[in-house]
Design a protein around this ligand. Structure first.
Ligand code: BGC
Length: 791
């Protein structure tokens, strides 16, 4: 026993064990008695390694040494995770895990809020358990911890990975200060079906953009060293293809070919793993009949063998237990055995690993080596985070969003807003920007709601930190002799129209009207919030129509996490600004845009449909044997040849607003793209994977009157291929800022990475063909050029 303690102290660091009073009095005596020999042993231990390889070796040695001392029960304890705070899944909200923690039956807790509370549990783990193994605390820090930034769908609309990385970095520092060392982010699921509620947590529909965002989050959270007290371990989720459930219904089955899986859905997870993500979360859904949380193809073949991932996999909430509901097993022991064997190292919340694995091993149904492997991965993350050396958070006063944090939140919000439409309105030129010296009516349930600005997953966010649009506009207009008249008009979901009259009267008295409408961020969008209707809930559309009937210049500001189908508004409202859920600086950021201090620059990362029946909807469409070409689709196909086409008889094929779309207060002129080589060789591109084979050049000029940012986008089409390829795919983008009259030359490299595709044998290849490229401000860019790929 003495010996074990001594070894434990060597592993955890002697200073920690004694200074923190880790041992009971008698044990401390033992430590003192043996301190001379321990000190000698410490001396003879090699100095802390510095190179990554050595660090790896050192880390593995510490893991192996600890693992050797663990009983089977202690090992299994490391694989169990429980929620000890507000539940984020089906459950009781129980938080009394102290006894289990003290017995070493828990490896990780989630949803524990604040440094004080995490420390309480941590003291039990470190001081009471035999081997003093610290807990790992996880939390859904999705778009900020206390400082809440725009929701991920909005952040992606910035097309600004550096910005996203900065928000993740800030979230990491705040989390670590709270005792959270592990965030369940980024969610990199590709979302192409607007009905899916969790579209809001995604970077949208595109694998190229999604991969850039995935890397940015991982770098922001993890930094260069997980031991840094400002870094947290990222968790890439939900592996895999969780965003493609049939009919957009959350948690439902995913059915797709392996080719499409690899082409569109896997690249974002792969990008996050390549960026160094420490952990992965297996998803709820089945894929081609096999639940992802017991899926050796995904978790062993793809993740570990093909991508070389050596981090830890945690199940999603209860997804090990849900294997029974999927009817792939009939009882708890089989569920636990199947999930662990398939590669799920930690069981979140289903309590099956803790209660079932022991018997499986003892009966000989599960080799202990499988348990060992999972435990190794858990311990590696804990060591890598430095938890054995610094298990506790510093308890200080509750921190507030500082000026610096607010500045980042405001910049982030401003970059995420997408100006969908800005037509001339009666008497004012374009409806936006608003004139600050005029009377503005501000209407709708979002204008003065603090909590609704935070969106779904708010971690430790506090609505009191939010500055609303009403507050910000009031302050701004007071500076410029303008006037604000506010009327809520209606609630988010109600039939009661008693507030309409006040709203209409406000509009009548105003020079311009801003109406704020949308979905509730907390319960109409996010997890378990898929929608079969993508309209404005309740009577909001009636309110909009009533206000529009006043004939006043009208601006609609949308708050939503689904891409809404709003045909009436698209036709009748002159200006529409998509705001998503902007976070704590919602008001100031929106006021800047509405009043023209800043020009809008966000671009859509999901297509906004004309009607819900078009979903799933993507700009990256496949060819068809019966294309519509340039046919006029605005009327029913009663006559040949329009009838026998791939089209709806009652709706256009195209989106209301396409991927990449977003206006500004200026105009940009694009040159015809130039290409640095007329042809490249497939063989040489394949042999030089990482090396660009040519560059696409373009000149972009601000030809309007105000400075603005623009997201320059490059799209590619492989014209002929053995497997049909999408009509356009994003393969490059850059956010630039141009003063009026300013011009910039941009170059986008293209090589194997961008131009290759999966053939029918699932090999990534280049084939001889013509490639067409477009560069412009949306996926409907028209300026194009071509080059050839030869053998
Ligand atoms: C969600 C995950 C989340 C987990 C823990 C699940 O219901 O799907 O995204 O990380 O709960 O809160």
């Amino acid at each position: 026993m003495k010996q074990l303690r001594r070894i434990a102290c060597l592993i955890f660091g002697l200073t920690l064990c004694s200074a923190l009073g880790v041992f009971p009095a008698s044990a401390q005596l033992n430590v003192l008695e043996t301190s001379a020999s321990v000190a000698a042993a410490e001396k003879s231990r090699p100095a802390a390694p510095t190179s990554p390889q050595l660090a790896e070796k050192h880390l593995n040695e510490r893991v192996e040494s600890l693992l050797k001392q663990m009983t089977l029960e202690e090992k299994i304890g490391q694989l169990a995770q429980y929620s000890a705070g507000s539940p984020t899944g089906p459950g009781t909200g129980r938080d009394d895990y102290g006894e289990m923690v003290a017995k070493g039956q828990v490896g990780s807790l989630l949803n524990v809020v604040g440094a004080k509370r995490t420390n309480q549990f941590q003291h039990l783990a470190v001081e009471k358990t035999r081997l003093h193994i610290p807990l790992l605390f996880g939390m859904d820090v999705i778009h900020g911890n206390r400082t809440i930034f725009p929701v991920p769908l909005g952040l992606a609309a910035s097309f600004d990975p550096a910005l996203v990385e900065a928000t993740a970095q800030m979230a990491a520092a705040e989390s670590r200060a709270d005792g959270i060392q592990w965030v369940f982010s980024p969610m990199v699921d590709i979302a192409r079906d607007g009905r899916w509620g969790r579209t809001i947590e995604s970077a949208g529909e595109d694998p190229y953009l999604g991969s850039a965002m995935a890397r940015a989050y991982v770098h922001g959270y993890q930094g260069t060293d997980l031991k840094n007290p400002q870094s947290v371990a990222a968790c890439v989720k939900h592996f895999a293809a969780y965003g493609a459930p049939i009919a957009g219904r959350d948690y439902y089955a995913v059915d797709m070919s392996e080719l499409r899986l690899r082409q569109f859905y896997l690249p974002t997870y792969h990008a996050a793993i390549d960026a160094g993500a420490a952990t992965v979360m297996s998803s709820f859904n089945s894929i081609n009949g096999v639940p992802a949380s017991a899926n050796p193809f995904l978790l062993v073949q793809v993740l570990r063998h093909e991508w070389g991932f050596d981090g830890m996999v945690v199940s999603d909430w209860g997804s090990v237990g849900e294997l029974i509901n999927h009817h792939v097993v009939s009882n708890g022991p089989d569920a636990a055995g199947k999930a662990l064997t398939a590669g799920v190292d930690m069981d979140m919340e289903s309590d099956l690993y803790r209660t079932r694995l022991m018997a499986l091993v003892q009966r000989g149904d599960l080799p202990e080596s499988v348990v060992d492997e999972a435990v190794r991965r858990v311990l590696r993350v804990k060591f890598a985070l430095g938890l054995f050396d610094h298990p506790y958070a510093t308890e200080g006063p509750v921190y507030q969003p500082t000026t610096e944090k607010r500045a980042l939140a405001r910049k982030a919000a401003e970059e995420t807003f997408v100006l969908l439409k800005n037509d001339p309105a009666p008497g004012v030129g374009r409806a936006l920007p608003l004139k600050p010296s005029k009377t503005i009516a501000l209407i709708g349930p979002f204008a003065d709601s603090k909590s609704e600005m935070l969106g779904s997953w708010t971690a430790n966010g506090n609505p009191d930190d939010v500055v609303t649009l009403k507050a910000a506009l009031q302050a701004r207009l007071a500076e410029t002799n303008g006037k604000l008249i506010y009327a809520k008009g209606t609630d988010i979901l109600t039939d009661a129209s008693s507030g309409f009259e006040e709203a209409v009267n406000a509009a009548k008295q105003a020079d311009a009207v801003v109406v704020t409408l949308g979905e509730s961020g907390s319960w109409m969008t996010g997890e378990a919030a898929s929608r079969a209707h993508l309209d404005l809930p309740g009577n909001q559309e009636q309110l909009l129509e009533a206000v529009a009937a006043t004939g006043k210049p009208l601006v609609l500001v949308l708050f939503d996490g689904h891409p809404l189908a709003l045909p009436w508004a698209a036709e009748h409202v002159p200006a529409i600004l998509e705001a998503w859920y902007p976070g704590i600086e919602a008001g100031p950021a929106l006021a800047d845009i509405l009043l023209g201090t800043t020009s809008p620059s966000g671009k859509l990362v999901v297509e906004f449909p004309r009607s819900v029946g078009q979903e799933p909807l993507s700009y990256s469409q496949f060819p068809t044997g019966r294309p519509t070409g340039d046919l006029d689709l605005s009327h029913p196909p009663t006559n040949n040849p329009e009838k026998f086409r791939s089209r709806y008889i009652d709706e256009s094929n195209s989106a209301q607003w396409p991927f990449g779309w977003g206006l500004s207060y200026t105009q940009f002129a694009y040159s015809v793209p130039t290409i640095s080589a007329t042809q490249i060789s497939a063989e040489s591109a394949m042999a030089n994977h990482g090396t660009p084979q040519l560059k696409v050049g373009v000149d972009v000029k601000n030809i309007g009157a105000v400075a603005s940012s623009e997201v320059v986008q490059l799209y590619v089409r492989t014209m002929v291929a053995s497997v049909e390829q999408p009509e356009r795919e994003l393969k490059g983008f850059e956010r630039i800022t141009l003063a009026p009259g300013e011009q910039k030359h941009l170059e986008f490299p293209l090589g194997f990475e961008e131009l290759s595709f999966y053939n029918a044998r699932l090999e990534r290849v280049l084939e001889p063909t013509t490639v067409q490229v477009w560069v412009g401000g949306s996926s409907e860019a028209t300026q194009s050029a071509q080059f050839e790929i030869t053998k």
